[in-house]
Design a protein around this ligand. Sequence first.
Ligand SMILES: Cc1cc2nc3c(=O)[nH]c(=O)nc-3n(C[C@H](O)[C@H](O)[C@H](O)COP(=O)(O)OP(=O)(O)OC[C@H]3O[C@@H](n4cnc5c(N)ncnc54)[C@H](O)[C@@H]3O)c2cc1C
Length: 261
Amino acid sequence: MSDRLDLITQLEQKNALRARLDARVRQESADEPAAAADPVALKEMDEDLERLRHQISALDVEIATEYGASAADLSAWWGQEEGHSGPDHLVLGGYDRLPASLADGLDVRLAWPVGQVRWGADGVELLPEVTTTGAPPAREPFDAVVVSVPLGVLQAGRPGFLPALPAGHRGAIERLGMGLLDKLWVRFDVPVRDGGEIVLSRLAPEGTPYIEWYDTFPLTGEPVLLALVGGRTALRMAALPDDAVLPLALDSLDAILAANG
Ligand SMILES: Cc1cc2nc3c(=O)[nH]c(=O)nc-3n(C[C@H](O)[C@H](O)[C@H](O)COP(=O)(O)OP(=O)(O)OC[C@H]3O[C@@H](n4cnc5c(N)ncnc54)[C@H](O)[C@@H]3O)c2cc1C
């Protein structure tokens, strides 16, 4: 309960900060014509507005890379749910080490796509998808199953359920959306920094892609950097061909390195 209250307080604080910044931008934009006669004041105001816009954009980037969706596309209630507490971790040696260790001692069937889940008071039966590659394996009976296929797969109607899922489940599957948080890994010939910093970032105008980078060199000894991009900016990048994305990312990294000296 106290975790939930903490989250709600954090959400309110973030929302209040964003609203204050928005209000200041609106207020100072409205005052601008009066200051036009004073070029020094106007210049200061322009710089102040630029800083405010960068702060808002930094908050938007933080939200987009944290939740995989732009602030404008998130539910103010559930969209801010962290889900867990504690710091972030980097899994050295590849993420496949996680499921491999969890699967130790379990009977794992790979390449066994489920076509239909038949469920009822007596238990659950899983029917395989019929493939053209050979005879499907026999049906499997279980006391209960946990269906954890991605939302998009459920939205595509796979696997099917017999009887159909309750209306509440079906409504949630239909209405929920998936976010997008893309990662770009770049290997360099030599380390780009020797200061030991892991996070490299800068304030930049809204929509600037790849302004959050992680240098793995201090952790792995490899000159490999990871850039994050989330939400609407990520959707825009995903529509570009790879050879258009890399120069944008490297330009952004150059600007970060220049800004950080
Ligand atoms: C490029 C990338 C980088 C990421 N980096 C991070 C990160 O750094 N940190 C982090 O915390 N998260 C990260 N994530 C997110 C994380 O990987 C996902 O949130 C997580 O894997 C989701 O787990 P899941 O079990 O819900 O779904 P999935 O891992 O997608 O597992 C669903 C499984 O269902 C199976 N399946 C689908 N249909 C059927 C069917 N009909 N029958 C049987 N099986 C079926 C699929 O084959 C798949 O194995 C990343 C994701 C991506 C794509």
